[in-house]
Design a protein around this ligand. Structure first.
Ligand code: SF4
Length: 373
């Protein structure tokens, strides 16, 4: 759990080496207020005590496998540990001893160590033994073999129910949203921290969960492994558009948008408008649909499109008379627009084909007859 004020130090195998490692880390990061010791196996208690004592008034925390039993847990708290990020499963006895010793605990279940089938039972046991747990995380390490994804989906849904009922905060790490939270229940439209170890697959670009999804371990993208988007994005001008369980459409066109955009509870939030104000740029919408009548755009809006930093879809609402819109499409492409919809009647069929040939990098489609905006 590295944060800007927390320095992470691998726990060495001897007390002297651990003390030296803390001294080096604090010399390199003197402003760190917390030292997090990371250990691949349960640490020797003398080494842990020496390392914690070397923290020079800073908080000392431990990330390690859960202690084997109550006596080991008691030894950790006697060594001065006050906060632990533990990899489960953890026995009820060990959890109780940590609690008695005043250690705050967050528990992580690694899918390399617990099968999806066993996960819900392990979580139930942990929550029953320690309803005071700070948080529970289920984590997939990069390179992990693909679990049965349907089983994992169900286990994580159950985990969410169990932890919610107990009031324990629950999260996943390294697990794509279509497995961890396919209904977008917990997601809101928070942007996740992305990891270089996780990758996107073929269903991801139009996926309505993508704004809250970290991608999946590369090993999970084998054919027929079952990673599918639960819902594709739907541009606001499409016939099937509207607010769904994963998407909200906020209509601008001169109406105030800040409140509705900020209140939108879904992972995907469309801002659908004909002009972009400076104040719109920092709002937490995830997709912009810019609709232009007769291919006209204000210069300020065109320049702001370059700074949106999120997918921008353009819709050109055209009458039956075909006019040359290549200059406008070129301008849109040059500011980063990837998708252009011609909201135009059938007289535009040939122009649509010609635009596709002229702009091979763009996704150009005709949607007609246009619905009223
Ligand atoms: S389909 Fe891709 S973007 Fe959508 S939730 Fe799954 S991994 Fe994430």
């Amino acid at each position: 759990m590295p944060t800007p004020d927390r320095v992470v130090v691998p726990l060495e195998s001897t007390a002297a080496a651990a003390v030296a490692a803390v001294a080096d880390a604090l010399a390199a990061h003197p402003r760190s207020r917390t030292v997090l010791f990371r250990a691949a196996s349960a640490p020797d208690v003398e080494v842990l005590a020496a390392a914690l004592a070397a923290c020079a008034g800073r908080a000392g925390e431990l990330e390690a496998p859960a202690p084997a039993d109550g006596s080991e847990a008691r030894a950790w708290s006697a060594a001065g540990l006050r906060r632990a990020w533990l990899r489960g499963p953890a026995s009820a006895e060990a959890l109780a001893a940590l609690r008695e010793g005043g250690v705050r605990v967050a528990l992580t279940f690694d899918l390399a160590a617990v099968t999806p089938r066993a996960l819900a039972a392990e979580l139930e046991r942990a929550v029953a033994a320690a309803p005071w747990l700070g948080s529970i995380t289920v984590s997939a390490e990069p390179g992990a073999p693909t679990p049965d994804l349907e089983e994992l989906r169900q286990a994580l849904g159950r985990a969410r129910t169990i932890t919610r009922a107990a009031g324990v905060s629950f999260s996943t790490q390294g697990i794509p949203a279509c497995v961890a939270d396919p209904d977008g229940e917990a997601a809101g439209h928070r942007r996740p921290r992305l990891s270089a170890d996780l990758v996107w697959g073929a269903p991801c670009p139009p996926c309505a969960l993508r704004p809250v999804c970290v991608g999946a371990p590369a090993t999970w993208w084998a054919p027929d492994e079952g990673l599918v988007s639960p819902e594709a994005i739907i541009e606001p001008w499409e016939p099937a558009a509207g607010t769904t369980r994963l998407q909200t459409v906020v209509r601008g066109f001169g109406e105030p948008v800040e409140g509705p955009v900020r209140a939108a509870p879904t992972p995907t939030v469309w801002l659908w408008t004909d002009r972009l104000q400076e104040a719109d740029l920092p709002l937490p919408f995830t997709h912009l649909a810019i609709e232009l009548t007769q291919a006209r755009i204000e210069l300020d809006t065109l320049q702001r499109l370059r700074r949106v930093g999120r997918p921008v879809h353009a819709g050109l609402r055209m009458g039956p008379v075909v006019v040359d819109v290549r200059a406008m499409v070129h301008a849109l492409e040059s500011v980063g627009v990837h998708t252009v919809a011609l909201l135009a009647p059938e007289s535009w069929v040939e122009a649509e084909v010609a635009l596709r040939l002229a702009f091979p990098q763009l996704d150009v489609r005709r949607i007609g007859p246009p619905a009223e905006g």
